[in-house]
Design a protein around this ligand. Structure first.
Ligand code: SAM
Length: 256
């Protein structure tokens, strides 16, 4: 856990605080990333070209480019603050990382991407921000964008529904306990992290634009695992399944 500090935060410090903050909401986040990178390595061992969808500050891209020294990645997000932080964090990878701002909720978002042929799309803790209709549209746009044989990995809490009340209760209790322990250990909450970001001189000017872009985004109804699998098939993915699960946290796999 990163100790709190009174010194001005570097982008790497903020990134590190983001990682601790996100780990408070995702119990086995590092393990989940490791599975995603393992599957990526099994799919394309040497030099994968990756799309990091809804990248935040670049958590997936940072791990991909560090583990695969000849990989390259495009990191996409609609949030101007997180995209700017991703640019700072990923600049050490030089030409191997590109950061693009695009809104997944609007059809045609992929036209903002460079014309690379992607081997894989990786995304974490993000697609629950989309409505079921938007999610199907994103999967459909990805199916059009991706070459046959490429893969998609979506890591997220996929909440249990009314038919699985015991699993839903246990998942919720586990989430609460993990959050409590993480915050007691010094991790920032989501709100506290955003307060830190708002103090950073490079990010502060972008916070108003962030508010404007996300003003009309109500929380979405949970889309269960079955919805994702069906939506991926409907979108045109040929093989779908899960490669990891811990309570309601999943990594969904799809092959184009
Ligand atoms: C909880 S963060 C996860 C970020 C990162 N993948 C991680 O695991 O740390 C969710 C991300 O989804 C992004 N996001 C939400 N809605 C989006 C949209 N419509 N288009 C693009 N990005 C979006 C947010 O800006 C945020 O960066």
């Amino acid at each position: 856990m990163t100790p709190p500090s009174t010194a001005p935060m570097t982008p790497r410090d903020l990134f590190s605080r983001w990682e601790d903050q996100q780990a408070a909401y995702v119990a086995h986040r590092e393990n989940r990333f490791q599975v995603m990178l393992d599957v990526l390595g099994l799919h394309r061992p040497d030099d994968p070209t990756v799309l990091d969808l809804a990248c935040g500050p670049g958590s997936i891209t940072d791990r991909v480019l560090s583990r695969f020294p000849r990989a390259r990645a495009v990191a996409v997000d609609h949030d101007p603050v997180l995209a700017e932080l991703a640019r700072s964090v990923l600049e050490s990878y030089e030409g191997r990382a590109r950061v693009v701002e695009a809104d997944l909720a609007h059809a045609g978002w992929s036209s903002a991407l460079p014309a690379w042929s992607f081997d894989a799309v990786l995304t974490s803790t993000a697609l629950h921000w989309l409505s079921p209709g938007q999610l199907l549209a994103v999967y459909t746009e990805l199916a059009r964008l991706l070459p046959p044989g490429s893969v998609l990995l979506n890591a997220d809490h996929l909440r249990f529904g009314d038919g699985q009340p015991a699993l839903r209760r246990m998942s919720a209790e586990h989430d609460t306990a993990v959050r409590k322990a993480a915050f007691a250990g010094g991790a920032a909450t989501w709100e506290q992290w955003w307060a830190l970001a708002a103090e950073h001189p490079r990010l502060a000017p972008l916070t108003l634009e962030r508010e404007r872009r996300f003003a009309d985004r109500p929380p979405q109804p949970p889309a269960p695992l079955e919805f994702h699998l069906a939506a991926l098939r409907t979108a045109g993915f040929t093989e779908v399944g899960t490669v990891w699960q811990y309570l309601d946290d999943h990594v969904v796999f799809a092959r184009r």
